[in-house]
Structure formats: C-alpha cells, structure tokens
Design a protein around this ligand. Structure first.
Ligand code: SAM
Length: 309
C-alpha cells in the first residue's frame, strides 16, 4: 500500500493500517473504539450487533450488560497495542481522546497510560436517553420471597459516556511544544452555551436534573443520514467541539475506528484534515457516502454555515 495521506478513509484493521501511517503525522486522535461489551469487540460483525441491539440474540439481558469479567482484560491488552501505534503517529504534545463505557473506562485509561501517554482528564458526555438496564429477579427464579421486591440487578440507567483525554508527552515546555508542533494546549476561546469556560462535563440536551450549562447543540435527525445503519453514531457537534478545543485549523485528525464517518465529517466541517480506518465494509461504505454528502453540502454552503448543523 502506498503511504497514507490526509483526507483518506481506509478499509482495514486498525492494528495493521496504523503501522503504515508515518511517525508524527497526526495532530489529534479522536476515536470511539469498540467498547468490548457483548459482541462489540475488535472484530464485531454488523449482523450480530444488529441482533443484539434489536434484542434478537440476548433474550434476557439488554445488549451491553451481559457480565463478563474478562472483557476488561481483553480490552486493555488490545487497546494498549493500538495506543502504542497511536503514540508513534501523534506529534509530541498531541491529544488522544477515546470514548469509552463507564464499566470499562478504567481498563482503557490504564492501557493508554501504559503506552506512554499522560492522562489529563476524563470528560463525561451526559445524555438523557439511556436505556434502563436493571432486571427484576423474579424473571430468573421461581422462589417467591417478598425480600426480593424492589431489588433488581445492579445496573442503573446509563446516562453518560466517559471520554479519556490523554496527551503524548510534549517536547520540553508545553508552550515551546505548542509553538513548534502546533498542539498541546486547549483553545479557551471555545465557550459552551451561556459562555461557560470549557468543562469536563458535556451535554447535548437540556436535562431537568442538571443546570443547562455545558451545552452542545443536539443533533438534527438528518445528520446521520437515512441510509446509516450504524448503531452507535456520535453527535457531530460534540466531535466538532472536541476538535476545536484541541487543534488548530489545518490539523490532521485521525480516527482508527471510524464507524459511519462522524469524526471525518466533523474534521472536514472544522477545516481540519482527516484519516479514518474502519474494518467493516458496510460501515466503511456508509462513512464514504456521508463524507461525500458533507463535502457537497460544504461546497454549496461555503459562504454560509454548513447545512449539517
Ligand atoms: C463505536 S463504533 C464507532 C462509531 C462512530 N463514532 C460513528 O459515529 O459512527 C466502532 C467502530 O470500530 C470498528 N472496528 C472494530 N474493530 C476494528 C478494527 N480492528 N479496526 C478498525 N475498525 C474496527 C467497528 O466496525 C465500528 O464501526
């Protein structure tokens, strides 16, 4: 394969493709890797994932909540190898942001740290539509015991996703690194709704139990594309905000687990370059189509705000 250049998406396994990306060529890695819950691991199969998310395979536990203590161990081993390649590919001081799940984020953070990164923070993205996961025990036992009333499996409704914010160690002082490599500091002109200082809590919708700060616009229906069958599409506004916070215009944003292309589109709309890797042909094709559509809309609206947001 010839050298991978920016503004490309590649169909393949991140573990192999990352090795073909030159050293120090990315300013930011922003990614939403497989969470290693149920079948959502390093080689997930779209049909199996569809079955899980539509409740056709796991009859008793909702997708994502079948308890397997080895999942974390597997995630950590695998993500550490991925993170070592990302370390080489990133510029000194560059940020590495990974979405994760509340249940396994500790493993992911240690994997990233053990690959040489500094853990700077763990942001949380709070959303209202989490599914209730707890199960009533009477479904699993014929014992009738009133002590079991109101007691359910230890799974509350999921209302947030953590984002591990890691940084490749800078060369010398942060300020010198920023001036020579263009990365390593946060852009504090980036304010959230209400002119709030950047926060490690991010929300895409107003929620009754939280003050309406740290707000990022809610995704519009059309942004994912009606042809998009990917089960875990991230809001573009959230990705765009993270890109603006951590990079300057012209930067190269790499997503080794591109899914339906959201990170690449966010980079494109923010005048950054992108490199995306996706192992699954169906998702790769969806990403390709979404990116082409975003390019066309951007060209048409080059003097106005992009249509997508
Ligand atoms: C959580 S999804 C990303 C969704 C994406 N953020 C979006 O908005 O569409 C993770 C993606 O990683 C892909 N994937 C899993 N293992 C991979 C591997 N080894 N190399 C590259 N992609 C992989 C899956 O096919 C899936 O589409």
């Amino acid at each position: 394969m010839s050298e991978i250049v920016p503004n490309t998406i590649i169909l393949g396994d991140a573990q192999e493709i990352l090795k073909k990306i030159p050293d120090f060529s990315a300013d930011l890695v922003l990614t939403d890797p497989p969470y290693f819950l149920d079948k959502l691991d390093a080689d997930w199969d779209p049909q199996e994932v569809k079955n899980i998310t539509q409740g056709q395979v796991i009859k008793n536990l909702p997708g994502g909540m079948r308890f397997d203590p080895d999942q974390g161990v597997r995630l950590q081993k695998w993500y550490q190898k991925i993170s070592q390649d990302i370390f080489r590919v990133l510029k000194p001081g560059g940020f590495f942001l990974s979405f994760s799940s509340p249940r396994l984020v500790h493993r992911l953070a240690v994997a990233v740290e053990d690959a040489g990164f500094y853990i700077r923070d763990i942001f949380i993205w709070v959303y209202p539509e989490g599914r209730a996961k707890a199960q009533t025990l009477t479904r699993y036992t014929s014992v009738e015991d009133e002590r079991l009333s109101y007691w359910k499996t230890p799974q509350v409704r999921g209302n947030y996703e953590p984002i591990v914010v890691a940084q490749k160690p800078p060369e010398g002082k942060l300020v010198d690194n920023f001036l020579s490599n263009g990365v390593g500091l946060f852009n504090f002109s980036e304010r959230l709704e209400g002119n709030y200082f950047p926060s490690n809590v991010l929300m895409t919708e107003k929620m009754a139990f939280l003050p309406p700060i740290f707000l990022i616009p809610k995704p519009k229906k059309e942004e994912r594309g009606d042809f998009n069958t990917h089960p875990t599409v991230k809001p573009l506004a959230l990705l765009r905000y993270l890109i603006r916070l951590t990079t300057q215009k012209g930067a190269v944003v790499l997503d080794p687990f591109l899914g339906s292309g959201s990170t690449a589109i966010a980079a494109l709309l923010e005048e950054r370059k992108y490199i995306g890797i996706e192992i699954n042909r169906e998702y790769y094709q969806i990403a390709f189509r979404r990116i082409e559509k975003a390019k066309q809309e951007k060209a048409v609206n080059s003097t106005a705000q992009p249509l997508l947001l």
